[in-house]
Design a binder for this molecule. Structure first.
Ligand code: LLP
Length: 425
């Protein structure tokens, strides 16, 4: 459930008509709902209320500091994958002890930043990373709390570009090798082993892959404890999918996911961390766009919008579907027809969907892409020198611009005509 509904015939974000936001900010623009973010976060809190836990929002899914602050103020932790995301979490007021640092390629600078600013744990993905982290921590006179991200080699049944738990993915340490790497970790002066981490993929629509992975995690914890490691925290990763279509095939709910976690690892007495991104932010956001033209083609008609692949990359990149709905509620009997929905970017890949059954829109009409709050704005670019799409946050009957649209002058001012420097010989 989200808080984007028709009221008096106009699609609203909570109590704010989207047409008002379009008028104030222009289009395209992302609009997020505080109430939906809150609701989804609370669902995970409830799903894990049987144990000590921390819900660490995956910042990569939506990293605007206003969104992070909504969640941080509710008590959320953050899962970050770069120094930049770490800085965003801190800027949103989230304390270091609620931030976990994931990712396969952490640099020395990023490690130092997090160790100096405070960190709950690093999810370490390789031996070289472990060695470097120990060195950096030692040089700062501290120890780095770590979990090793273990790759359980399970098939997550999701799009190949977002599956991460198979042995041929770049992620994690193969489970068969993990006891040896834990032994190495325990021997290093700058490292303190605190837990085990897994993340098997994103947009998972079934619980079975989680079940399989977490069963392997439970076995591993028993073995690691026998080896003398004090495993007290389990990071179960993120990945629970969301409904992108309003039909009956909705993925399992957080509460059902929480039961799977409990059944698999509840007996181990560990604190549980999870890293949901999409499930919290996905349906808490829409992308609001205007129709520029309706173009009749040969055998097909095109709906040309002012949003493009650079603003919402998921359809071009993963063939992802986002429902597109009119902002002005259509009559029940209104005619629908197939349209290829496209943006203005100069390549054919800039197609949101082919043959989509839509109302007969006219130039100037507003439409909303649903389920665009996760991996939407964060993946946007300025391709074709289209200004980075702005973001608005709604709370009740109020709205605020939380990232302004840059002007073309600002964009151009970031470049420079060379003032040459000669390389040292
Ligand atoms: N934890 C780790 C270590 C991750 O790599 C990810 C996502 C998450 C948590 C959060 O997963 P979520 O709960 O959001 O599924 N751009 C793609 C999704 C990439 C996901 C990458 N990792 C998309 O638009 O579908």
């Amino acid at each position: 459930m989200d808080h984007f509904n028709y009221k008096d015939g106009v699609l609203c974000a909570e109590d704010v008509p989207l047409a008002q936001i379009a008028e104030a900010v222009g289009t395209p623009v992302y609009v997020y709902s505080t109430a939906t973010l809150t609701r989804h976060f609370q669902q995970f809190q409830k799903a894990l209320d049987w144990t000590d836990h921390l819900v660490c929002f995956a910042v990569k899914s939506n990293s605007n500091i206003a969104v992070l602050k909504v969640l941080g103020d509710l008590g959320a932790g953050m899962d970050v994958v770069s120094g930049g995301e770490y800085a965003r979490a801190k800027a949103a007021g989230v304390p270091g002890e609620r931030i976990v640092f994931s990712g396969v390629g952490k640099t020395e600078d990023e490690m130092r930043l997090a160790l100096e600013g405070g960190i709950r744990q690093f999810n370490v993905e390789s031996e070289p990373e472990l060695l470097l982290l120990s060195e950096v921590a030692t040089s700062l006179g501290v120890t780095a709390p770590i979990a090793l991200r273990v790759n359980p080699d399970v098939d997550a049944h999701t799009h190949e570009k977002i599956a991460t738990g198979k042995s041929d993915n770049k992620f994690g340490i193969p489970i068969a090798k993990s006891r040896a790497v834990y032994a190495l970790a325990a021997s290093l002066p700058g490292i303190e082993v605190v837990g085990v981490d897994m993340h098997i993929g994103s947009q998972l629509t079934e619980l079975e892959p989680f079940r399989q992975a977490y069963a392997k995690m439970a076995e591993l914890v028993t073995a690691l404890r026998e080896d003398g490691h004090d495993i007290r925290r389990l990071d179960m990763g993120g990945g629970l999918g969301i409904p992108y279509r309003r039909d009956n095939n909705a993925p399992p709910l957080p509460v059902e996911y929480g039961k799977v976690v409990r059944e698999a690892v509840g007996h181990l007495g560990c604190e549980i961390e999870i890293e949901p991104g999409r499930n919290i932010s996905g349906n808490a956001g829409i992308l609001l766009s205007s129709v520029i033209y309706l173009k009749e083609g040969e055998g097909r008609d095109f709906l040309i919008l002012d949003a493009a692949m650079n603003d919402l990359m998921r359809p071009a990149m993963y063939g992802a579907h986002h429902d597109i709905v009119p902002v002005i509620e259509p009559e029940l009997a209104a005619e629908v027809a197939p349209f290829d929905v496209v943006g203005p970017v100069c390549e054919s890949g800039d197609t949101f969907e082919k043959g989509m059954q839509l109302n007969r829109f006219a130039a100037g009409d507003l439409v909303a892409f649903r389920s665009a709050g996760a991996y939407g704005a964060v993946m946007a670019s300025e391709y074709n020198t289209r200004p980075l799409v702005p973001e608005v946050l709604v709370s009740g009957d109020q709205f605020a611009v939380i990232r302004a649209r840059p002007s073309i002058e600002e964009i151009i001012a970031r470049d420079a005509i060379p003032g040459w420097m000669t390389a040292k010989s």
